[in-house]
Design a protein around this ligand. Sequence first.
Ligand code: CS2
Ligand code: MG
Length: 423
Amino acid sequence: MSQAAAGANAQPDTAREPDAPFRIRAARVIVTSPGRNFVTLKIETEQGIHGVGDATLNGRELAVAAYLNDHVIPVLIGRDARRIEDIWQYLYRGAYWRRGPVTMRAIAAVDVALWDLKAKALGAPLYDLLGGKSRNGVMVYGHANGADTAETLDAVGRYLDAGYKAVRAQSGVPGVKMAYGVGRGDLYYEPADASLPTETLWDTRAYMNFAPKLFEALRVRFGEGPRLLHDVHHRLTPIEAAQLGKRLEPYDLFWMEDATPAENQEAFRLIRQHTTTPLAVGEVFNTIWDAKDLIQNQLIDYIRTSVVGVGGITHLRRIADFAALWSVRTGSHGATDLSPVTMGAALHFDTWVPNFGIQEYMRHTPETDAVFPHAYTFADGLLHPGDAPGHGVDIDEALAAKYPYEPRQLPVARLTDGTMWNW
Ligand code: CS2
Ligand code: MG
C-alpha cells in the first residue's frame, strides 16, 4: 500500500509479516439459502488449508455480508492466520464503532474460521486446542411446540421418545394469534417466514394465565423426570416475569428464558427477588458487557450467548470463564438460524467448557445438512462433536450455489390494542 493510501502518519503493520505458509491468501463470503439463509466465511492460507465460520444474522443477513466484504476481508488478506487473538483484537478494538450484532457476527465468522483452520493445521479436533474434553457428550434440548396443550404434550412426548433428556415446550395460547414458538411442522420451527415482517398479536394476561397450566399438564403426563424449559421471548415486564416465575415454581423448570428484554440488566434483580425458577438470558447479547451485571450480581443461572453472537470462541470463552466465578453455567443459543458451522464450533466449545449447562439444538433441514457436511452426531439426548480436525463442519460451495438468497424477515408483535411490543 502506498504511503498516500495508508495515510501520512502510517506505521508499519507488525501483524503483516507472517511466515508465508500461514499467510491468509483469500477470504470469501458465501450466501446460500438451503431452506433458510446462511452467511458463511471461508478463509484460505497460502498453504492451502481453509477454515469456515458462520456470520448469519437472521433477517439481516446481507448487512453482515457487506460488513465482511467491505470492511473485514480487505484487512485480513496477508495476515498470519495463526494470530487468532491479535486478529480478534484488531477487528474489535480497531472498529471505532465497536460492538453490535452486525460487527460481532462478522468478527465471529473470522474467529471461528481461524480456530478451525489452526486446529486443522495441527490435525486436532478443536476441543483439544481449548483444553480437551471435559465430558463425554453435550446435553441438548429440543423444541416441542403445538397449537394447543394437547398438541404440545404430544410433541414433548415425541422428543422424549427420541431420547432427549431436556425439552423446551411452547404452545399456542387461546386468544393469541401466532404465539411465539409455535412452528409449522414437527422438527423445523422457523420464525423468519416472509420478505416483510409478519404481524403477530400478543396478550400478556392470556399468556400468564395459560403458561402455568401447560406446565402442570406436562408434569401430570410425564412426571418429574424430564427437564422442561420455556422461552418467554422478551414479552413481560419485570413484575410480570416475577409473577410468572413464581407460578411456575411447582413445575420445576430447568429454566425460564428471556423473561424481559435484558437491555435493562437491573430488571433481573426484581425478578430474582421473587422467584427461584432458574433464569436464562443472552441470545441477543453481543459481548461480555451485555452480561456483566447479570453475572456478577448472580441475577441469572444460565448465560445463552453463542459462538456466532459474541465474536466467536475467543470472546465466548471469556464470558464463560467470568460466569464460572459466579456459578453461572452456559446454555448457548442454537436455533436453526445458527448454521451447522456454529453448531459444530459450539459443540467443541461445550465439550471443553467446565461450567457447561446445556446446548439448544434445533435440527436443520436435510437441504441445509447437505450444504454443510458435518462430523457431529446425535445419540441418546447428547450431541457429539466428532474427532475430525477443526470444528468438523465444511461447506459444499457447488451445492450452496444452487440455493440463492431469499429475503426473509422475523415477525413483529403488537398488543391487542395495536401498540407495538417486543416480538
Ligand atoms: C429463540 C430463537 O431459540 C430460541 O430460544 O429465541 O428461536 C429466536 O427467536 C431466533 O433465533 C430468532 O432468529
Ligand atoms: Mg430464545
